[in-house]
Design a protein around this ligand. Structure first.
Ligand code: ATP
Length: 467
């Protein structure tokens, strides 16, 4: 089977109504994307699956939805104002801009693809001087113009989007769009403890938009400047942090598999000691093999008590926890699993997109989505326009329970293919026998098998089979 390319996927997403290029009628805005009628359903289903798994099914976890624009002191405390930067390099020859760490990462991956073993530490563990030297020594070329030794020294580029509140544009009114969702989880730690009377260990989870002025956005929805994250801060006793880190490292991988990501395309990448931030005890990335290679999907980190300690210091609020049984006072450690909704959705699409060969030199595209995630759960298709009245009745009944689509145009074969392409698990066909036997034909997306189901049993049948 031909390998799926990013170009194929972008075109497929546009024609099916999953994802459109942003601001298209105005000539677009680079690397911005709009989720279409099917994309928004898929995205909502992914978020709902995450919420079910990490909030609903964990007795100690709760949710939060905090503001995007927050007091800028938060970013001072978290270190984002001073050090949320990427190492920027310009190519003197063609004026293109690059991230030094990514230039190295991509060069190493290309060498290894050719079977060469590169004995170097990860670019994330290198200092700026080491990265400059590595690029020079290995004559890494500009990916745009191909020239070597034309890169400027590294400059630090802060990724936060700045804006202003109120009517004046001065330092006093400067605020930032949040570059991650978790900061306000820390600032609400005491509020949540007090209002829920929770005891540790406890997780606070949040889904929301984040903004980063990325130097090199690209690869479709993999790296954008506006994206959504699903993050959890799991607060626990310092002695338990390793246990919970191991637990969530495993749980996040299990979740990826449970929503249908191809296990062959998933791997862990444990960060080396030199790569870890000074406050982190351990970090693991779950990487996915996208059409452009393995890259980070989900980061799981043991951030120790760094964030709460910093917020305590900058806000003056006491953020210690007192154990109600032992009276021990301590600043909790946190385990932070953080994943991008858009990156997860991209991995879901890459895993589900299938071109299937059929007899007689025929083929079909099937989006083999996990039924839970499918944007449309069931399509109601009258075999003939004459059967519309009955079919619309079926549609009306089913749409109270399932996201249902009604389609009357084109041959039944074409309509089945359209539904296969968007991943609809079941097609319900109303035919000329329906009036007399009060039954419909239900066709399965994956096996293409058809069964006859009584109309008064249809809802239960679908509920059972959509599980
Ligand atoms: P990268 O090294 O790829 O820039 P990161 O290590 O900076 O990612 P984190 O700060 O750990 O990313 O963010 C947590 C998660 O948020 C990532 O694993 C990813 O899924 C998602 N994410 C981060 N930046 C972006 C982005 N620009 N576009 C889409 N998703 C993103």
């Amino acid at each position: 089977m031909k390998e799926l390319t990013m170009q194929d996927l972008v075109a497929f997403c546009k024609t099916t109504g999953l994802i459109y290029p942003g601001s298209e009628i105005y000539g677009g805005l680079s690397n911005s994307w709009d989720y279409g009628p099917l994309g928004v359903e898929l995205k909502n289903n992914i978020k709902a699956a995450w919420w079910r798994r990490f909030v609903q099914q964990e007795p100690n976890n709760v949710g939060l939805d905090s503001a995007i624009i927050a007091n800028p002191k938060i970013w001072e405390a978290s270190g984002h104002l001073s050090s949320f930067t990427d190492p920027l390099m310009d190519c003197r020859a063609c004026k293109s801009r690059h991230r030094a760490d990514k230039l190295i990462e991509e060069w190493v991956a290309a060498q290894e693809k050719q079977g060469k073993k590169i004995d170097a530490k990860s670019s994330e563990a290198m200092t700026d001087a080491e990265m400059e030297e590595f690029i020079k020594q290995n004559k890494i070329a500009c990916p745009v113009c191909g020239k070597t030794e034309q890169f400027t020294p590294i400059r630090k580029f802060n990724l936060m989007f700045k804006t202003f509140i109120g009517v004046t544009e001065d330092a006093k009114s400067t605020v930032y769009l949040r570059p991650e969702t978790c900061a306000c989880i820390f600032t609400n730690f005491k509020n949540v403890l007090r209002s829920t009377r929770a005891k540790l260990p406890m997780g606070i989870c949040q889904i929301g938009k984040s903004f980063r002025n990325e130097i090199t956005p690209g690869n479709f929805i993999f790296r954008t400047r506006e994206f959504e994250q699903m993050e959890m801060e799991f607060f626990c006793h310092p002695n338990d942090s390793e246990k919970f880190f191991t637990h969530y490292r495993k749980e996040c991988m299990e979740f990826c598999k449970s929503i249908g990501l191809d296990p062959q395309k998933l791997r862990f990448r444990d960060h080396e000691k030199e790569e870890l931030s000074f406050y982190s005890k351990a970090t693991t990335d779950i990487e996915f093999n996208y059409p452009f290679g393995f890259s980070e999907l989900w980061g799981i980190a043991n951030r120790t008590n760094y964030d709460l300690t910093k917020h305590q210091q900058f806000s003056g609020e006491d953020l210690t926890y007192t154990d109600p049984f032992t009276n021990e006072k301590y600043i909790p450690y946190v385990i932070e699993p953080s994943v991008g909704v858009d990156r997860l959705l991209l991995a879901v699409l890459c895993s589900a997109y299938t071109v299937e060969e059929l007899p007689d030199n025929d083929s079909r595209i099937v989006l083999k989505l996990n039924k839970n995630l499918a944007p449309i759960k069931v399509a109601v298709l009258p075999l003939s326009k004459k059967l519309e009245e009955k079919a619309l009745q079926v549609y009306k009944t089913l749409s109270k329970t399932f996201r249902t689509q009604y389609d009357v145009t084109g041959s039944i074969g074409k309509r089945y293919r359209r539904q296969d392409e968007i991943g609809t698990p079941y097609c319900v066909t109303v035919d000329f026998d329906t009036e007399t036997d009060n039954s419909v034909t239900v066709r399965d997306r994956d096996s293409m098998q058809q069964v006859r189901v009584k109309l008064d049993e249809l809802e239960d049948w679908l509920t059972k089979n959509l599980k």
